[in-house]
Design a protein around this ligand. Sequence first.
Ligand code: NAD
Ligand code: DGY
Length: 386
Amino acid sequence: MATPVSIEVWNPNGKYRVISTKPMPGTRWIRLLTDQNCRVEICTQKKTILSVEEILTLIGDKCDGVIGQLTEDWGEVLFSALSKAGGKAFSNMAVGYNNVDVNAATKYGVAVGNTPGVLTETTAELAASLSLAASRRIVEADEFMRAGLYDGWLPHLFVGNLLKGQTVGVIGAGRIGSAYARMMIEGFKMNLIYFDLYQATRLEKFVTAYGQFLKSNGEQPVTWKRASSMQEVLREADVISLHPILDKTTYHLINKDSLAIMKKEAILVNCSRGPVVDEVALVEHLKENPMFRVGLDVFEDEPFMKPGLRDMKNAVVVPHIASASKWTREGMATLAALNVLGKIKGYPIWSNPNQVEPFLDENSPPPDACPSIVNAKPLGLTASKL
Ligand SMILES: NC(=O)c1ccc[n+]([C@@H]2O[C@H](COP(=O)([O-])OP(=O)(O)OC[C@H]3O[C@@H](n4cnc5c(N)ncnc54)[C@H](O)[C@@H]3O)[C@@H](O)[C@H]2O)c1
Ligand SMILES: O=C(O)[C@H](O)CO
């Protein structure tokens, strides 16, 4: 028997049945759907991660589209059920979609949406926060104060690393990696070394121009270098932030061997996906190298941490909150809803998923387009001319 799942219904007489597997921030996304004749059903089950069985119950016999979360396992079973129920679209409320079997979705003719762009700066800001928290030992110092251990200023108390003039390394210099790099370079005058499969031309131009500006003001210019391997970044950088997608090529990119070539006092930040780092190897490395520090937003087996990590003073850990600003989360909900709505309505695909601002303007109706569909090509969906 199917497990019952609690739901909240908006616009019960709407023609198209759209499900959201979680309540999402803001109300604009609900309004956009109900204004276009959708009946919106929001799962209100008090359980953080829904199982495939629970989502199957939500989909039922008739469902036109689903907005889902990165914690869910969207594979063959769910896409087959969604397609049988007449569904045309699924959107993750996330830019990353490693939880989605896109080939299975394509096989069943289901479009897969994601939410790029709206979370770029927010996520980069958290990576920058973790870089600072780790380099200046902020969490350790906070715990020390709260424990009543502060007896007065001391020359050696919580000495950390100065970022100015050091080298920031970025692995995966896409939207978020590039935004993070700019923050660290402009904010702290760090030099850049990056590794990506593609050249980050705009980022390089930014660093060159900023370097010239500093020089013309009599300051030490910042520099950039595109590394020919990830190892080069690991060897040379003082702070390394990981921003690639998670796929076969990036699984355990950081492992025992790659940790061994990093500087003993380096800082490693991960705001991409947990499995990019071999967390067991990381815990060992943290134990053996007390001056090596990490800032982690994501974990290999969320919501769990590998044994030993929670006891490491040289680790700052937060629960996958990199995109958690109100504006961003409301925007993510909007983009996810518009991906689903756009496909139901047969709208074309927005031509530039890096420029989604027109969809986010509260004061005007969004364009008649799907903001970002990752399997548009194999599904033969056309791009908008807007
Ligand atoms: N922690 C969070 O809450 C949070 C928030 C947003 C995004 N993310 C993660 O960040 C990822 C990146 O997001 P984005 O918007 O910057 O995506 P993006 O596609 O703009 O950037 C990813 C970059 O990784 C590069 N890359 C791919 N494989 C690589 C490899 N083997 N080695 C080096 N570089 C490689 C790509 O060329 C690309 O430039 C998402 O896929 C998601 O998993 C996490
Ligand atoms: O991929 C994403 O978007 C994040 O992990 C959540 O914002």
